[in-house]
Design a protein around this ligand. Structure first.
Ligand SMILES: Nc1ncnc2c1ncn2[C@@H]1O[C@H](COP(=O)(O)OP(=O)(O)OP(=O)(O)O)[C@@H](O)[C@H]1O
Length: 264
């Protein structure tokens, strides 16, 4: 699919020696995913499945937009792929293991070490300076404060955030706060970044800036990207689009042959 970069500015160049798409062991693969809410809870009246047998492959280093009408199952799919929700049926294979079969504790560790998350409203901690928000995931994983701060600081300039390290989230614009959230999602060098409506609260110009930074940083670090969005302009930044309808993949145009970062 076409990939346009109307606002190309300074950002880390893709590493030409790296071609993560060539390593299937680093793909995220979902097979026959079924998700029925209410089965395990007190509700006896389970509705139609939110996911009705979905197969998805997110290739290493590839970015995929997940689109579809409200209620079609996009967020459910993202949460199951990311190990936030355990599916009713099916497999989610990541680095040789089935996430769907892991214990809650194992999935918590996996989410912290291997996955990064960007939400619609940054979800930054309001009392912490931007740099500490970014360093926090590393410190929670046992990295020393000085090393975590150094790794966090290195992300500010590439994201156009130089000079804003000490600001608290309330002192940042919406686009700046989302770029801080992108830094936080990528600081631990995750294999996959999941973003649920990352530009939902932003205007079109700011939204394009945020997507540019998100896709470039993901490409630079070799992370795959799964972005739930209602916005075709946001989806255009990704290598491919999965269209979800009534809990099934209606069409998938993931350009498996796309070379990550090649158009950026
Ligand atoms: N926690 C829950 N308990 C019960 N049903 C749920 C729950 N979360 C979602 N659903 C149902 O599952 C279906 C899919 O919801 P989901 O949030 O995945 O859709 P979506 O495509 O992300 O929608 P939107 O674009 O409105 O965010 C819907 O019918 C929804 O009502």
């Amino acid at each position: 699919m076409s990939h346009h970069d109307p606002t190309a500015t300074a950002a880390p160049a893709p590493d030409p020696t790296r071609d993560p798409a060539q390593d299937p062991a680093r793909d995220l693969v979902a097979r026959d995913l079924v998700m029925t809410y209410g089965r395990s809870g007190r509700s006896s009246a389970a509705g139609p499945p939110a996911l009705g047998g979905v197969d998805v492959t997110v290739r290493a280093g590839e970015s995929v937009a997940v689109m579809g009408p409200s209620g079609s199952g996009k967020t459910t799919l993202l949460h199951v792929l990311a190990g936030i929700l355990r599916p009713t049926g099916g497999q989610v294979l990541w680095r040789g293991r089935d996430i769907a079969r892991m214990s809650d504790r194992e999935r918590t560790v996996l989410r912290r070490r291997d996955f990064g998350f960007v939400f619609q409203q940054g979800m930054l901690l309001p009392e912490l300076p931007a740099i500490e928000n970014v360093a926090l995931p590393l410190m929670l994983d046992g990295v020393s404060r000085s090393e975590a701060s150094g790794r966090a600081a290195a992300l500010f300039a590439p994201l156009g955030l130089a000079g804003l390290e000490k600001r608290r989230p309330g002192e940042l614009s919406g686009g700046q706060a989302q770029r801080v959230a992108i830094a936080r999602a990528l600081v631990a060098r995750p294999g996959v970044v999941f973003a649920d409506e990352p530009t939902g609260a932003l205007d079109q110009t700011t939204s394009a800036e945020v997507m540019q930074h998100l896709t470039r940083l993901a490409a630079h670090t070799g992370a795959s990207l799964v972005v739930v969005t209602h916005d075709e302009n946001v989806a255009r930044w990704c290598h491919g689009v999965l269209r979800v309808r009534d809990g099934r993949i209606a069409t998938g145009t993931v350009a498996a042959q796309a070379s990550p970062g090649s158009a950026r």
